[in-house]
Design a protein around this ligand. Sequence first.
Ligand SMILES: C[S@@+](CC[C@H](N)C(=O)[O-])C[C@H]1O[C@@H](n2cnc3c(N)ncnc32)[C@H](O)[C@@H]1O
Length: 384
Amino acid sequence: MAENRLFYAKAMQKILSKESSFAELKEEFCESEKGFANMLIMTALRRLSFIKEDVLPLFVKKKIPAKQKILEIILYLGITELLFMHTPEYAVINSYVEAGKSATDKFGANFINAVLRNVLRHKAELLAQKNTKYFSKEFLKILKQDYLPETIAEMEKFTGIEPPLDVSVKQGFSFCEGGTILPTGSVRFLANTKVKELERFDDGKWWVQDAASALVVNALFDLRGKKVLDLCAAPGGKTAQLLDKGALVTAVDISLKRLDVLMENIERLGLLKNLEIRCSDALEFQEDQKFDVVLVDAPCSATGTFRRHPEVIHLKTLDDVKKQQGLQKKILEKAKSFTLSGGLLVYATCSLAKAEGEVVIREFLAKNKDFQIRSIVLNGCEKM
Ligand SMILES: C[S@@+](CC[C@H](N)C(=O)[O-])C[C@H]1O[C@@H](n2cnc3c(N)ncnc32)[C@H](O)[C@@H]1O
């Protein structure tokens, strides 16, 4: 058990130092512990700002030396389990003390022991505080560029609430046992629903896709027989929607690994027939034909996914936003060359930063007078 705790602390350290992504590390967790490990690290990431800023300073007065950073991470996880999970308290303390000993020495173990016992003594007071601090200072800097404090506070509240599981369903099938059909057509299940336990996963009638992500293709007109270039396509949620709506799709992505996932997803859904896959940097992509629709689901800071991927709260900075904006502008410029005259160029991101959305579009339109904003129709309502 202690070995596992140290393993998870090392995983958390890799996530926070951007050495590996959480998605990659999850693959390394042993099957029987995956559920617990996932819950532990997700909860720690969600509560990290509170733990770092409001809990640790009460009990650790000196800065932990960089060489012993792992002890701080062990504390993040130990405090997460003590305050926010249901592991018996004695087991939490024992296993993190052991983890501290394995990571450093008996002094490290004593330090972990002293801090965790102190946290435990003050558990009731700590939990009585209004635990609404989730966003890091850097993340707040991004949001403050575009949103009022009360809007940010509204967003922040949702960090502590597990997101539901949304799926998109192939046309002609109804699938909602245990779920709720949203007005946009996605089907929503409770948080923590296990994907593979849902009915007919292997039949390939539906795929996991957040309802907000599905809106992009849902908003498009009749796509039957239309040629669509999906320029940043993997892992293929929107590619699946385009194919399901009858489009002839060329899916491009820079990552071969992610394209393999796309291929697997589309194959499971039985939608391979009208799909061509090309591995290329969008900026280098070469193609003679033009397309009725070009979709740029651009790489971005992903700040809008903070509920499902709480690591973004601690990793993203204004620099990331700026860097992504540079790439987004270039990809959009390149995409226009593949768009038929009178065709549709669709731009989407999962970022909350307007610098990656509205600003990119405004600058593009200022430079390209032959493109105009088209209104979309969603649920019978026209929107600009
Ligand atoms: C937001 S994700 C796309 C999600 C996808 N459209 C979906 O709905 O499942 C952005 C994708 O852009 C890809 N990407 C990043 N830089 C790229 C580039 N220069 N050219 C092409 N693809 C790129 C990434 O590998 C990633 O798969």
